[in-house]
Design a protein. Sequence first.
Length: 419
Amino acid sequence: MKQDSTARIIEDVVRQEWGRVLSILVSYTRDMELAEDVMQEALIAALQHWGPRGIPESPRAWLLQTARRKAIDRLRRDANFSRKRAEYELLLSLEQQAGLNDTENHMDQDIPDERLRLIFTCCHPALSEGARIALTLRTLGGLTTEEIARAFLVSEGTMAQRLVRAKKKIKLANIPYDIPGPELLAERVQSVFSVIYLIYNEGYAVTSGDTLTRADLCTEAIRLARLLVRLMPDVAEAAGLLSLLLLHDSRRTERTDDQGMFIALIDQDRSRWDRDQIIEGVKILKAALVMGPPGPYQIQAAISAVHAEAESHEATNWHEIALLYEKLFEYQPTSIVQLNAAVALSFAQGPEKGLEMLSEIVCDGTLDDYQPFHAALADLYRRVGNKQKASAAYEQAISLSNNVAEKEFLEKRLQEMAR
């Protein structure tokens, strides 16, 4: 097997199984830094061995076994080994008892709780809000530092330092690897919601690469949201988050054509949206809304529900969506919410109204390097017939895009402006 083919398979395994394997390793070692180090070593070993010997029947079980052995070796060599004897004995016992099949069964049965424990560990209040979200995206979602940096609109170097500091703080503060009790749950749950939402967003609109979406991240985020609803059945925002993800996901596969080209919302075939997900999402939202005053995730789910239940783009109740964004702004007074509100307003009252609202956002400069802002601005200028400004905005959006499918769509729009 060629080396590049092996590397691609390993990359696929990492994308699909990173969070599952790493969460088990953290549960064994109680050391996030050690777990990630031995995981990386296991991946290097896979690159060396899978080529000549072939891909194992269960790649993720192979990675877990290899990583555990490397963790044991590290603990044996540790100068402070006597202080870690309990962890070593646990690892050794598991190594002797579990074969590949046992490991596979263990992963399928126990991994949901392990991943939830890891999420709540990463979302401990001792960490900053940004560090909590970034660390969980790295450990559970398997996103690269570059991908997380793009999600946070910061440099890759800044994000790398943030991740290192967060892991060190968890270790030095002896933060427990566990799901907190009811008295501590509320203070951490908002960060958990943010983490799952960002994981889904990275799957729904990939920041870089050849594909527009990543089904594995979307599926993982929805699965984690379902687990949270089971864990917190009386928390309305947990249900609101799950509803939002299901309603978004109902149209994910229609965002690209058979060649992988991006399809704008206005051009999507709504008959091919996943009706089962829409029905489930709306049902969950209605149940959440009766629990009490709506929170930001329920409001966003309501916006998605308006889209999902409209027969066409023209039949969409854009006035209602604009009002919902105004309500959302009360909870999240950000430029991105204003951007989305401006787009909704442009369909409710005309593109001129949208441009007027966007001009107010431009003044503060927070969206200067935010690609969706320039793409939205270009579309509004296109709709009012200002080809010169539309072309300039498209060029700026293209320069800020790292996704091939997205960039090709914008370039096509720019060519239309030229013609």
